[in-house]
Design a protein around this ligand. Structure first.
Ligand code: SF4
Ligand code: SF4
Length: 249
């Protein structure tokens, strides 16, 4: 098992190589590249609550800029070309099995999915300690022969067509709607709060620097609903025993 430092080094190398790959097709601002690689020392966490979701937006104090995002589809479909994993909620399982023409969900699960366990490394900023989250979930295969050993490795998704569209749309996995955000919920005195931030994997060319978060307000409004809905479905999936999350440090 890798140590936290080894994992951080591996993550850095993965993002570095993803950015190099992305730079072949898109112009990536060097400042945005540095944010992805954790090289900015003036990076601050700007929070803004929209509807029921608290967004964590990168803010650069030395240059007074925010990093925001706007999707470049249909010119870009890099997130589907370099798909990392497709974990399914119970709602996804119902919708996608029907979309693919399965009458019995057990058959869908047997043919189209596999169970994987993986670790996410983050930090409890307040306590200053590393946090390891271990997740076990049912994943949709991104290629017909995919196995657990490929979980987390970028692959072109089998549902991406030649025009750059998703053949599962609109019944595609919730994580596809969520991208490039990831979300989590916090429970304080029996009150759940939902949070979201950008996935900085180096695979998305849609990030830009701006003077004001207002430039992304429409997107944040739209995504607050998607994120709230997805996080509730994820929590329900865990409660129903179709996913397992363990925390350690
Ligand atoms: S990689 Fe980013 S910009 Fe490209 S389609 Fe995906 S979300 Fe949009
Ligand atoms: S399921 Fe569709 S949206 Fe999701 S990664 Fe595959 S092609 Fe892209």
């Amino acid at each position: 098992m890798m140590t936290s430092i080894e994992n951080q080094n591996e993550k850095f190398n993965e993002v570095y190589s993803a950015l190099d790959n992305l730079s072949k097709s898109w112009k990536i601002d060097p400042i945005i590249r540095d944010i992805h690689l954790g090289r900015r020392h003036d990076l601050q966490d700007f929070t803004i609550k929209i509807n029921q979701v608290t967004f964590h937006i990168p803010y650069l104090s030395e240059i007074s800029k925010y990093m925001i995002w706007d999707c470049l589809w249909p010119e870009c479909h890099n997130c589907c070309n370099r798909q990392g994993r497709l974990p399914l909620t119970t709602s996804d399982i119902s919708e996608i099995s029907e979309n693919l023409g399965y009458i019995h969900r057990s058959e869908f699960l047997r043919n189209e999915t596999y169970v994987a366990t993986w670790e996410n490394y983050s930090a409890d900023e307040e306590a200053g300690i590393p946090l390891i989250t271990t997740l076990s979930m049912i994943n949709l295969k991104r290629k017909p022969t995919e196995t657990e050993t490929e979980n987390g490795k970028p692959l072109p998704c089998r549902f991406l067509d030649d025009a750059g569209a998703c053949t599962l749309h609109p019944s595609k996995p919730g994580v596809c709607y969520l991208y490039p955000f990831y979300s989590w919920s916090e429970n304080y005195k029996n009150r759940i709060s939902i949070h979201a931030s950008f996935q900085l994997t180096g695979d998305c060319p849609g990030y830009l620097l701006t003077d004001s978060v207002d430039d992304m307000m429409h997107g944040l409004e739209k995504y607050s609903k998607i994120i709230y809905d997805y996080t509730m479905k994820m929590n329900s999936t865990i409660r129903q025993g179709f996913a397992r999350v363990d925390f350690s440090n």
